[in-house]
Design a binder for this molecule. Sequence first.
Ligand code: SF4
Length: 66
Amino acid sequence: MRLHIDRTACDGRGLCAELLPELLESDEWGFPMARGSSGVPEELTRAARRAVDRCPKLAFHLAPGS
Ligand code: SF4
């Protein structure tokens, strides 16, 4: 799975980066950026799904791919 963030929908408050610090960090405006590749290791899939479920703007998704 890969992380996908819809930047037109995201409000940049950084909740996903707080919930998934292993894979995301916030840029200087608070918008999330992938740390390295946007691939999700198997062991972080569950945490990534939890972060997706809590995105208040439905802007954060997991997409197929590695
Ligand atoms: S949780 Fe959603 S709205 Fe908030 S920063 Fe992440 S992608 Fe954007």
